[in-house]
Ligand binder design. Structure first.
Ligand SMILES: [Zn+2]
Length: 352
């Protein structure tokens, strides 16, 4: 687990350095597509004050959002086998679904169809949906290869371990049978837990792209009139998104240390993006061609990933699972929860 967090950390830095170089290399691009189109409301020191407030406020609200589902474990009504827990999970899945479709995908369209990019090829071919499609397929590939690999290695190992000592003893055939079945159930539970962990980690990676980009554009802005409402919107944005991610982290049943790392990692990304934006505000521009292409392609691949995971790994998996299939009433409530989560997150798309 720790090595995987290390991997995520490395990816995080690769991503941020990619953005950094993209900003720096295009410092001198022309006219309205270059850095610093200043409105009436241009005020550098006031903007900086607001950005520092934003860092603290977003850090705290993200933590509240992502921890909320985690602490819900201590509420008896929210134990995994209770109906309310299913609804919380459905709500979280709805949030993730809307993050992919309503936030990340449109952002990618905005970037890759921007007038600041050359008409050919960027507005001649739908790169966003092409990359999203590829990324969804790759996610499926990783998903299926990883699970068949684990199934093969772990099952073979276990079956060998069980059969050997009892082999030949005809009397204990029944016991063996029972043992194998129990073991298979354990195996399935372990597989499911492993899957949940992969889902939580991959989702965090997918969400992080969006979190950094929104932080970066806030940090690079020098306009207090647009920053003020944006800070409030981003606080809600991160709280909501945190609840979506928190629901998945909860299901992954990590130890406290890994949980804390994942909470910190999610909460710190937008503030990190803002800080990066402040540091680069004189060189980074949202509208420089390299920034547009890098951010657009990253957003497109994270959109494909989020859409696939929300639909297949979260929603379809739960709705087709035994718990929801056994009760139509619970299914209806769960759909309401999905719509609430997706609706709330969609509303946030108005601001960030
Ligand atoms: Zn957003």
């Amino acid at each position: 687990m720790v090595s995987r967090s290390k991997l995520s950390l490395t990816l995080f830095f690769i991503l941020s350095s990619a953005l950094l170089t993209s900003g720096a290399s295009d410092a001198g691009s022309p006219s309205e597509c270059g850095p610093g189109s200043m409105g009436i409301c241009y005020n550098k020191s006031e903007a900086l004050r607001l950005k520092i407030i934003a860092i603290a406020a977003i850090l705290i609200t993200s933590m509240i959002g992502v921890c909320f589902p985690l602490f819900s474990r201590s509420v008896p009504l929210l134990q995994p086998n209770r109906d309310l827990f299913v609804l919380v999970k459905a709500f979280a899945s709805g949030v993730i679904l809307a993050t992919g479709y309503m936030h990340v995908m449109p952002d990618s369209f905005d970037c890759l169809r921007s007038l600041c990019l050359p008409e050919n090829p960027w507005r001649k071919f739908p790169f966003t949906t092409f990359v999203a499609m590829l990324s969804a397929t790759i996610t499926l590939m990783v998903d299926s290869f990883a699970s068949s690999y684990y199934k093969k290695c772990c099952l073979d190992e276990n079956v060998a371990g069980i059969v050997e000592p009892v082999n030949g003893a005809v009397d204990s055939e029944n016991a063996l049978h029972c043992h194998v079945r129990n073991n298979k159930r354990d195996e399935e539970a372990t597989m499911q837990l492993l899957r949940n962990r992969i889902i939580a980690e991959v989702l965090e990676m997918g969400i992080i792209v969006h979190s950094i980009v929104i932080g970066l554009s806030l940090g690079a802005s020098q306009n207090p009139c647009t920053i003020k409402p944006l800070v409030a919107a981003l606080c809600f944005h991160q709280m909501f998104e945190g609840m979506g991610l928190g629901g998945c982290i909860l299901q992954a049943e990590y130890g406290n240390k890994i949980k804390a790392i994942m909470v910190f990692f999610f909460s710190a990304t937008t503030p990190f993006g803002i800080a990066l934006g402040i540091a680069l505000s004189h060189v980074y521009s949202d509208t420089s061609p390299t920034a547009l292409i890098v951010v657009g392609l990253l957003n497109a691949s994270s959109a494909g990933l989020l859409n696939y995971m929300a639909l297949v790994d979260l929603l379809a998996h739960d709705f087709m699972g035994p718990k929801l299939q056994s009760s139509v009433k619970l299914q209806l409530w769960a759909y309401l929860a999905v719509l609430l989560g997706a609706g709330g997150m969609s509303l946030m798309a108005k601001w960030a």
